[in-house]
Ligand binder design. Sequence first.
Ligand SMILES: [Zn+2]
Length: 90
Amino acid sequence: MSDRSMNTYCKICNKGYQICNSCAGQKKVKPWRTVTDTMEHYKIYLAIHGYTISMDKASARAELKNCDLSGLQNFKPEIRSVINEIMSEI
Ligand SMILES: [Zn+2]
């Protein structure tokens, strides 16, 4: 896959991936594919998104504990800082 074909970047880890526009217009495409590159990153995205909108920190932390955070050091800086904020006990 060439760089030119990367038209979408994961909201969590900023990795480029490809969605073809004709596929994206079809209902059979999973909605998370337009936001993140993997299902795991979409779960993280939902937890962070919920937290920034209305979710309390304890609930967001519970959500994140169900997520695979193994690539944390490669996540976008603003995502990492929100995760660190949620995971801090204070
Ligand atoms: Zn990702």
